[in-house]
Design a protein around this ligand. Structure first.
Ligand SMILES: O[C@@H]1[C@@H](O)[C@H](O[C@@H]2CO[C@@H](O[C@@H]3CO[C@@H](O)[C@H](O)[C@H]3O)[C@H](O)[C@H]2O)OC[C@H]1O
Length: 380
């Protein structure tokens, strides 16, 4: 056990699941480095990163032809894990220059998507971006040290988290975490959540690194999110909806669509639970949940992945991101101890990055899963 904060302890131990399965360490390392290189500057039909000028770059949502805080913050987390400061700083410079608000009701939040030239498409934020930015910045501060603004990484991370918790107390706008339940919201204005945004393992670390006065808040948020996931994941299938109320039930149909089912957003829940178990080992339910989810998908061919009700009824609609779903099913092997853990890790190992128009989301989840299953998605 390394870090100690009331209740949960960072284990400091990183399983290399691939190595446990007999793959050679040098082959695993080569695959990781090659995959990162392919995402950055590989085949035009596979890459998702594009440099811009001398000091910027972006991850492109190739399916929607836009740049999202999701992908930018994911890219920064991948870059810090890969010790790639150049890419990290380029993504952060683009995010600061074009996406972060400097005034108004969203001050310190980020516009959730923009065009590749930096023009904002929407002003509102998506909280999964802010939480990934904050932890990636804290890790950058630990790995490389703080530099001059805006590369004073830990200062930037604290500024983001301060807005997330306190927005609306003395200024206009809304916090990203619901003050009553300590649960992350889908967007600051919404009275419901998105189960895939719940990252208790991140909040444990915010409890050690955010503003002193907010540390107990983050401990409570970690506990609240762990408990929330019990209610959002179906007790038999392990599937969760894309958006859910604070009691875990699927949120009502929204003006922009029906998110009551297991579809793209929801894939990340399995990956998040796997990494929380790896980093903190705080909630044994995560082992049962990971076994349940893998059992649900065990006999379904990746090519036949669909949209599902959380009870497990398939729709006549294919998954938009089957490789992404395979990647998260495999990342569940960090927590699973059942008969399917090896199957998914091996199947994922033997599956290449996705190519084609819809590749962005799949390939982000792929890289995270590869890092995690090779013991290299670490706390810095
Ligand atoms: O209404 C928007 C809402 O859509 C936005 O959410 C972000 C976009 O969707 C989420 O991920 C997508 C999953 O499906 C794939 O096909 C896409 O490529 C992914 O981007 C993402 O996690 C959210 O950040 O949030 C703001 C709301 O106003």
């Amino acid at each position: 056990m390394t870090t100690a904060s009331k209740g949960a302890y960072h284990t400091g131990v990183y399983r290399n699941v691939f190595s446990e399965l007999g793959y050679e360490d040098n082959v695993i390392q080569e695959k990781l480095e090659r995959t990162w290189a392919e995402l950055l500057n590989g085949d035009p039909d596979v890459r998702i990163y594009y440099p811009m000028g001398d000091d910027m770059g972006y991850f492109l949502d190739t399916g929607n032809t836009d740049v999202r805080t999701e992908g930018m913050s994911y890219g920064m987390m991948m870059a810090v894990q890969m010790n790639d400061k150049n890419i990290f700083d380029r993504l952060w410079t683009f995010s600061k220059r074009f996406m972060q608000h400097t005034e108004g009701r969203y001050k310190d939040y980020f516009a959730w998507h923009c065009k590749t030239d930096g023009t904002r498409i929407s002003q509102g934020p998506a909280p999964d971006g802010e939480e990934f930015y904050a932890l990636a910045l804290f890790f950058a501060s630990s790995r490389w040290g703080d530099g001059p603004e805006p590369y004073d990484y830990s200062v930037q991370a604290r500024q983001i988290l301060r807005a997330c918790v306190h927005k609306g107390e003395e200024d206009e706008g809304d916090p990203m975490w619901d003050p009553a339940t300590k649960l992350i919201k889908f967007v600051p204005e919404s009275p419901f959540s998105d189960p895939s945004y719940h990252l208790p393992h991140f909040y444990e670390l915010f409890a050690e690194r955010a503003d002193e006065k907010d540390r107990s808040f983050w401990k409570e948020a970690a506990a609240a999110s762990r408990a929330y996931l019990h209610t959002a994941c179906h007790p038999e299938t392990g599937l969760s909806p894309e958006y859910a109320n604070y009691d875990g039930t699927p949120a009502p149909v929204q003006r922009h669509g029906d998110y009551r089912h297991f579809f793209s957003d929801a894939y990340r829940v399995a990956a998040n639970i796997g990494l929380d178990w790896e980093w903190f080992r705080a909630d044994p339910w995560q082992v049962e949940q990971s076994n349940r989810l893998q059992a649900f998908f065990r006999d379904i061919d990746v090519a036949d992945y669909r949209r599902y009700t959380i009870e497990g009824q398939p729709f006549d609609e294919p998954a938009l991101h089957p490789i992404g779903l395979l990647a998260t099913n495999a990342m569940a092997s960090l927590a699973a101890d059942g008969p399917d853990a090896e199957h998914f890790a091996r199947l994922f190992w033997n599956t290449p990055l996705r190519d084609g128009v819809r590749r962005y989301y799949d390939n982000c989840l792929y890289m995270f899963s590869l890092l995690a299953l090779s013991g290299q998605y670490r706390v810095y």
